[in-house]
Write a new protein. Structure first.
Length: 201
């Protein structure tokens, strides 16, 4: 599902300069009011879709960061400076979310109508039993001081985590499919269990 979004006006409402940056006028540095409530994709002028070019995202981030740098607002009033600080924080948060494939999938899922992890804690039916067994085996290996078994568990759990990530990536490009969104929630929830297991190792 890709939605094209216009992220900034044709001209600055303050000085009428042709808009060349998404969040603030590159001439008079006035901040565009439309950024209030914008989602992460809108802030970077991107379509709402999972697939993106990391290099392009980084370039957009650097361009925006320069455009809203505090030095550019040294003579601004308090209201504008406070707005700039909020926008800067929003841009940083948006960048960290979009640059991470898992965070991006989770964010896009909720943005397109999927349930959040707080509202839907389901996992594939066989996962909980598998996790319980793995925890017991890890505890036994640790108690026995069996470093080889622990290393083997680390590899096998890492492999299973990789499989979940690949499945997440397959599902995240199909956000227009309700069944794919539903399974994506389960897979994202599953990933946390494997992360927790690896943290024990």
């Amino acid at each position: 599902m890709a939605t094209s979004l216009k992220t900034y006006p044709t001209r600055c409402s303050t000085c009428a300069t042709l808009a060349e940056a998404p969040l603030a006028c590159s001439d008079c540095r006035s901040l565009y009011e439309h950024v209030r409530g914008a989602d992460h994709f809108e802030l970077f002028g991107l379509d709402r879709r999972y697939e993106l070019d990391p290099a392009d995202l980084h370039a957009r981030y650097l361009s925006i960061a320069r455009n809203i740098h505090p030095d550019a607002f040294g003579n601004a009033d308090d209201v504008t400076r406070q707005l700039m600080l909020r926008i800067s924080a929003a841009v940083n948060n948006a960048y960290e979310t979009l640059r991470d494939p898992i965070l991006r999938a989770d964010y896009l899922l909720e943005l397109t109508g999927g349930r959040s992890a707080a509202d839907d804690k389901r996992v594939p039916p066989e996962l909980l039993a598998d996790v319980m067994m793995l925890r017991e085996e890890i505890d036994e290996a640790r108690s026995a001081g069996d470093v080889d078994r622990l290393a083997g568990h680390r590899r096998s759990i890492g492999d299973r985590r990789g499989e979940v990530i690949r499945r997440i990536e397959e599902l995240a490009i199909r956000m227009d499919d309700p069944a794919a969104r539903d399974e994506l929630r389960l897979q994202l929830n599953s990933l946390k269990y494997f992360d927790n297991l690896l943290a024990q190792l």
